[in-house]
Design a protein around this ligand. Structure first.
Ligand SMILES: [Zn+2]
Ligand SMILES: [Zn+2]
Length: 328
């Protein structure tokens, strides 16, 4: 998993649209006489605030739960705050006579998942907008698949967005910026059904130290066979390794043991000379070349953790190479 940063510009552009879409659905258009509680962003070019569409078939009690400020927070809030608002709103709703938490979830599914995520985010191609804004080149979780964006009428190419808090259990967070993680189809499908939580797992928008919290390593099974394994790097907690497990990275990387892992091990051990060192130190003797460029040309990876997302296998190969060259 890679640290995505706060993505301030992406957040602003995405939330400008998402807040208006959601606020109009919940509160309707602002009108001084007829709907003073309604929403408008004041931009005449805003297609949501200037549309004449009415709120769609949701219960008044549900819509009344949310203020405009809270709607903004649902879109832009950091993960911990999102959980707080969701708990507060669901409990307030369930306390209304004749209502329950199950009904809150049903209402939230209708609005945030069916209407919001499926009909607006996916069908109106806000996934392309967000993917372009985030500008990530590989799957955030596994870093072993490219996630390019190509817009085209009909079928285009766009990453999937995984809901870090799954939309099945947290439907109210289906459109929240910090809950949408660009990922490959495999990771989006294979992530553990046990929910991730902020106390035990790393979050790609929150935890700066993701790259250093766990390492790729390998385990010799016999003379010819090695297997990719993961190591936790922190004495203080097991968040790194627990996140790897929850994302099922051990399974996802299994098929790379005989190929990419073995290639690196061969460079170190198969021949009488340590070719890993020769490649890194003696290749390109006549040109002035940076260490980053060297790693890119020789192994096809990025050396700096901020750039890991630009090339597949960057962290995996870096960790393995470091381990192999540290063995004397
Ligand atoms: Zn607007
Ligand atoms: Zn992936």
């Amino acid at each position: 998993m890679n640290y995505l940063g706060e993505q301030v510009n992406a957040l602003e552009t995405y939330s400008n649209e998402a807040v208006c879409w959601l606020a109009i659905k919940l509160k309707g258009r602002y009108n001084l006489i007829r709907n003073p509680e309604g929403h408008t962003c004041g931009e005449t070019s805003c297609k949501y605030c200037s549309s004449s569409k009415k709120r769609s078939g949701l219960e008044t009690e549900f819509c009344d739960l949310f203020s405009i400020d809270e709607i903004k927070e649902i879109i832009t809030g950091k993960p911990a705050r999102l959980i707080e608002i969701m708990d507060l709103k669901s409990r307030t709703y369930a306390a209304i006579p004749g209502r329950s938490l199950t009904e809150f979830k049903e209402q939230a599914e209708k609005l945030f998942v069916d209407s919001g995520y499926t009909n607006w985010f996916l069908n109106e191609r806000k996934n392309y907008l967000l993917a372009n804004l985030l500008n990530q080149h590989t799957c955030n979780y596994c870093n072993r698949e490219y996630i390019f964006v190509y817009e085209k009428k009909g079928k285009g190419m766009v990453p999937q967005f995984d809901h870090w808090f799954p939309k099945q259990d947290f439907p109210m967070l289906a459109l929240s910026f910090y809950n949408l993680v660009p990922s490959c189809a495999t990771c989006n499908t294979i992530k553990s059904t046990d929910n991730l939580n902020l106390s035990n797992h790393l979050h790609p928008y929150i935890d700066h130290n993701i790259a250093s919290s766990y390492s790729f390593s390998y385990l010799p099974l016999d003379i010819t066979k090695n297997q990719i394994i993961f190591k936790n790097n922190s004495f203080l907690n097991s968040k790194g390794i627990d996140t790897v497990k929850a994302l099922n990275l051990e399974l996802i990387y299994r098929g790379h043991s005989d190929k990419e892992l073995q290639d690196l091990i061969d460079l170190r051990y198969k021949y009488s000379t340590n070719y890993l060192n020769i490649l890194l130190e003696k290749m390109f003797p006549d040109i002035d070349i940076s260490k980053e460029e060297r790693y890119r040309l020789i192994f096809g990876i990025e050396l700096e953790k901020e750039n890991y997302h630009k090339r597949i296998f960057s962290k995996f190969k870096n960790d393995i190479i470091n381990e192999l060259i540290s063995i004397k």
